[in-house]
Write a protein that binds this ligand. Structure first.
Ligand SMILES: Cc1cc2nc3c(=O)[nH]c(=O)nc-3n(C[C@H](O)[C@H](O)[C@H](O)COP(=O)(O)OP(=O)(O)OC[C@H]3O[C@@H](n4cnc5c(N)ncnc54)[C@H](O)[C@@H]3O)c2cc1C
Ligand SMILES: NC(=O)c1ccc[n+]([C@@H]2O[C@H](COP(=O)([O-])OP(=O)(O)OC[C@H]3O[C@@H](n4cnc5c(N)ncnc54)[C@H](OP(=O)(O)O)[C@@H]3O)[C@@H](O)[C@H]2O)c1
Length: 429
C-alpha cells in the first residue's frame, strides 16, 4: 500500500525529510509538500546572506532534485492554519511532518523595543532578502551608527551587509529595495553588543574571519575577559579577533566594534530609536537603528502541544502524536546550519517508518486527486511545481541581464502574475 505523507514547510528540514522518505528502498510513498509562499527553500532563500551565493547554489541543486521527484507534489501559496488546518491534514494523510521553522523571534523584554527603527534580525534579514512579508519594512539607513544586539552568525551577517561596499552586493540576489537603501546608506559604524565575552561568542570562526576581507572596514574590540583554559576553536576565535583589531586600515570607510560584556537596558527615542542605555559603566550610545539578533523563535501549531519557553513542539525523536511529526527548527529550536537539518529529518523519518512498519499509521481519508481538488477549491492561486519553475526561470532571466544570479520577485501578486503569464504561454505554444 502506498503511504501518503504531508510535509508542511519547503525549507531545508521539509526537503531533507521528503528526500529521506523518497529514497527509502522498497517504500511506496507519495509526498505532498505544503508551503505558504509561492517559492520553496525557506531560509535558504530568505535567510542566507546574499553575499554567500555558493551555499545557495549547492543547496538549490540538491533540493531541485528532490522537488522534481514524480512522487512529490509541491503545493505552494498554501498556508497551513489559513487554507487548510493541521487537524485536516492529519485526517487526510497517513502521516504529517511539520517543518515550518521558526516564524517569530526572541525578544529582549526592554522598554522601547517596539519603537520604529528597532527591528528583529528576522524582520531585517527578510527585508533585504526580499521575503514578501517584510518588503514594506520602513528601514531608514540615514543614521551614522547601527547597534546589533547578539553575537551569533546572524549578527555577523548583518554587520557584513551594512559595512561592505555596495558594489559587492550589486552582483548578488539581494532585494532591489534593499540595494537602493544601501546605496543611499549613511551608516559609518556598526556596534555589536555581546552580553558575555569573546570566548563565549556564538559566531563561528569562518564567519568571523570573513570580516577581515571587508574592504576599508576597521575593526575594534572592547572587553577581552578571561582567556585561560579554552579549547582550540575558541583560541582560534580569540586569535582572529586580535588580528582583526590589530590590522591597520588606511582611511577606513566604516568601522565595526565588538563591545563585549555589555547589555542594553532600555531603548529610547522620540517616535523612533535614538539611543540605548547600556549596562554597568557603559552609559548610553546614540544609534538610529537597533537590530536584535538574539535568536529566532518557533510559534505554536494549532492542535499540537507547545513548549512556550523553548519555542518548540515537544516531541520524541520527532514524533508528537501518533501520525504527527516535526523536524527542523520547530523540532529542536532555532539553531544549526542547513546541513544539521539532514540528520534531524533522518531521525524523524526513521521514527515514522518504524510506526509504518508496525502498522500504526492510518491510511488517510482522501486520495491524491481529492486532496488536490479540495486545495484548488480553497486556494485557486495554488502554485505547483510548474508555477515555481516559471517564477524561478523569470527571476534568473531578469538577473542574467545584470550579471546577478536572479532578481527576486518580492510580492505575491507579482509572482502570481508571472505564473499566470507562464501558463498562458504554455497554452499558446
Ligand atoms: C539569517 C540566517 C542566515 C543563515 N545562514 C546560513 C548559512 O549561510 N549557512 C547555513 O548552513 N545555515 C544558515 N542558516 C541556518 C539555516 O537557514 C537553518 O538551519 C534552516 O533554514 C532551518 O530549516 P527549517 O526548514 O527548519 O526552517 P526554514 O528554513 O525557516 O523553513 C520553513 C519553511 O516553512 C514554511 N512555513 C512556515 N509556516 C508555514 C505554514 N503554516 N504553512 C506552510 N508553510 C509554512 C516557511 O515559509 C519556510 O519556507 C541561517 C539562518 C538564518 C536565520
Ligand atoms: N554562515 C552560517 O553558517 C550561518 C549564518 C547565520 C546563521 N547561522 C546559524 O543559524 C542559527 C541561528 O543563528 P543566530 O545568530 O540567530 O542565533 P545564535 O547562534 O543562538 O546566537 C544568538 C546570540 O544572541 C545572544 N542573546 C540571546 N539572548 C540575548 C539577550 N537576552 N541579550 C543579549 N544577547 C542575547 C546570544 O548570547 P548568549 O550566548 O549569551 O546566549 C548569542 O550571542 C545558528 O545555529 C547559526 O549558526 C549560520
Amino acid at each position: 500500500m502506498t503511504m501518503r505523507v504531508a510535509i508542511v514547510g519547503a525549507g531545508p528540514a521539509g526537503l531533507y525529510a521528503a528526500g529521506h522518505l523518497l529514497q527509502t528502498p522498497g517504500l511506496q510513498c507519495e509526498v505532498d509538500l505544503y508551503e505558504r509562499l509561492p517559492t520553496p527553500w525557506g531560509l535558504v532563500r530568505a535567510g542566507v546572506a546574499p553575499d554567500h551565493p555558493e551555499k545557495k547554489l549547492i543547496v538549490d541543486r540538491l533540493f531541485q532534485h528532490t522537488l522534481a521527484r514524480p512522487e512529490l507534489r509541491f503545493f505552494g501559496n498554501v498556508e497551513v492554519g489559513r487554507d487548510v488546518q493541521p487537524g485536516e491534514l492529519a485526517n487526510w494523510y497517513g502521516a504529517v511532518i511539520h517543518a515550518s521553522g521558526a516564524a517569530g523571534d526572541r525578544s529582549l523584554g526592554l522598554a522601547g523595543e517596539d519603537l520604529p527603527g528597532c527591528w528583529s534580525a528576522r524582520e531585517f534579514v527578510a527585508w533585504y532578502n526580499g521575503h514578501p512579508d517584510q518588503r514594506g519594512l520602513p528601514v531608514d539607513l540615514s543614521c551614522e551608527r547601527v547597534v546589533i544586539v547578539g553575537n551569533g552568525n546572524v549578527a555577523l551577517d548583518l554587520a557584513r551587509l551594512l559595512t561592505q561596499p555596495v558594489e559587492a552586493l550589486e552582483k548578488t540576489d539581494i532585494a532591489g529595495h534593499a540595494l537602493r537603501a544601501l546605496r543611499a546608506s549613511r551608516v559609518r559604524e556598526v556596534v555589536l553588543l555581546g552580553r558575555r565575552g569573546p570566548a563565549q561568542a556564538a559566531f563561528n570562526n569562518p564567519e568571523l574571519e570573513e570580516l577581515g576581507h571587508l574592504d576599508g572596514v576597521e575593526i575594534a574590540v572592547d572587553g577581552w575577559g578571561e582567556e585561560g583554559g579554552v579549547d582550540w576553536v575558541t583560541r582560534r576565535k580569540l586569535a582572529t579577533l586580535r588580528e582583526l583589531a590589530a590590522r591597520h586600515v588606511p582611511r577606513p570607510r566604516k568601522r565595526i566594534e565588538f563591545r563585549f560584556f555589555t547589555s542594553p537596558l532600555a531603548i529610547r527615542g522620540d517616535g523612533r530609536v535614538q539611543r540605548l542605555e547600556l549596562s554597568g559603566e557603559r552609559g548610553s550610545l546614540d544609534a538610529g537603528l537597533v537590530l536584535r539578533a538574539v535568536g529566532y523563535r518557533g510559534t505554536p501549531i494549532l492542535g499540537l502541544p507547545f513548549d512556550a519557553e523553548a519555542g518548540v513542539v515537544p516531541n520524541t525523536e520527532g514524533q508528537v502524536l501518533p501520525g504527527v511529526y516535526v523536524t527542523g527548527w520547530i523540532k529542536r529550536g532555532p539553531r544549526g546550519i542547513i546541513g544539521s537539518n539532514k540528520a534531524c529529518a533522518a531521525e524523524t523519518v526513521g521514527h515514522l517508518l518504524r510506526e509504518h512498519a508496525a502498522g500504526r499509521l492510518g491510511r488517510g481519508a482522501l486520495d491524491a486527486a481529492a486532496v488536490k481538488a479540495e486545495l484548488r477549491r480553497r486556494q485557486p492561486e495554488l502554485v505547483d511545481l510548474g508555477g515555481w519553475r516559471t517564477i524561478d526561470r523569470a527571476e534568473r532571466l531578469a538577473g542574467l541581464k545584470h550579471g546577478r544570479p536572479r532578481i527576486k520577485m518580492t510580492g505575491i501578486s507579482q509572482m502570481m502574475d508571472c505564473v499566470h503569464q507562464g501558463e498562458a504561454q504554455a497554452h499558446d505554444s
